[in-house]
Design a protein around this ligand. Structure first.
Ligand SMILES: CC(C)(COP(=O)(O)OP(=O)(O)OC[C@H]1O[C@@H](n2cnc3c(N)ncnc32)[C@H](O)[C@@H]1OP(=O)(O)O)[C@@H](O)C(=O)NCCC(=O)NCCS
Length: 191
């Protein structure tokens, strides 16, 4: 995830939409947007979730918030090619994943992912990624991409288990000069 400047079970029973707009799914009868798994509820994020997302960021980045309220707002409310899924336990949001559709609707880029420290190691991030993969597969996207800090081996391991592989190094990608690794998961041809 880069500091910015400037949804769902994915149980599909047939999808015939044209332009990608996850928020439009809420009005569709052929897509289920919600999933309950191991006591965790997964659903599309709304504007009212942003305060919780900021709290999760502060927790996992030790007080820092790489994304501000308006960054989240842009990707959850304003940008029709982007959305977030949240994981909820007993009504409280404990984790999230964001994605944005790029390259004329062909690829899905993971923009942000985090789980409260107290809830890590319970497969919540794995399920968030898994749902996104399932959704993008059903939508016929070609591939999913992401960038991750070179020293974030934990997240890289998680992405590898979900079928992502290292594509290239992005030297000095982050504002603090650290490198990123670009990872890709092909979705077509039997990935
Ligand atoms: C990276 C992050 C999102 C992972 O969240 P999580 O919910 O703990 O992830 P999961 O439980 O799905 O998987 C991670 C752990 O479960 C283990 N695990 C997951 N799937 C597994 C599998 N199929 N088999 C065995 N172990 C597995 C992993 O080994 C890992 O264990 P570890 O923490 O002891 O290394 C979380 O650590 C986080 O918020 N980190 C800070 C933000 C960040 O780095 N985000 C990624 C930016 S690109």
């Amino acid at each position: 995830m880069k500091k910015m400047k400037t949804l769902l079970t994915t149980t599909f029973r047939g999808f015939s939409g044209k332009k990608f707009n996850p928020r439009r799914y809420l009005e569709m009868t052929d897509v289920e947007l919600e999933l309950d798994k191991n006591g965790v509820h997964y659903r599309l994020a709304e504007r009212s979730d942003i305060v919780a997302l900021l709290a999760i960021e502060r927790d996992v980045y030790n007080g820092d918030i790489p994304w501000t309220f308006s960054h989240f707002e842009h990707e959850i409310v304003k940008n029709e090619e982007a959305f977030f899924i949240v994981a909820e336990i007993a009504g409280s949001v404990v984790g999230f994943i964001g994605t944005r559709i790029n390259h004329h609707g062909q690829d899905a880029h993971i923009t942000n992912l985090a789980v409260f420290k107290a809830f890590q190691g319970q497969q919540i991030a794995s399920n968030l990624i898994g749902q996104l993969v399932q959704l993008m597969q059903a939508l016929g996207k070609n591939e999913m991409t992401l960038e991750v800090r070179r020293d974030n081996t934990k997240a890289q391991g998680l992405y590898r288990r979900q079928g992502f592989s290292t594509d290239k190094l992005l030297p000095a990608y982050y504002e603090d000069g650290s490198d990123a690794i670009w990872m890709v998961k092909k979705l077509k041809n039997g990935n």
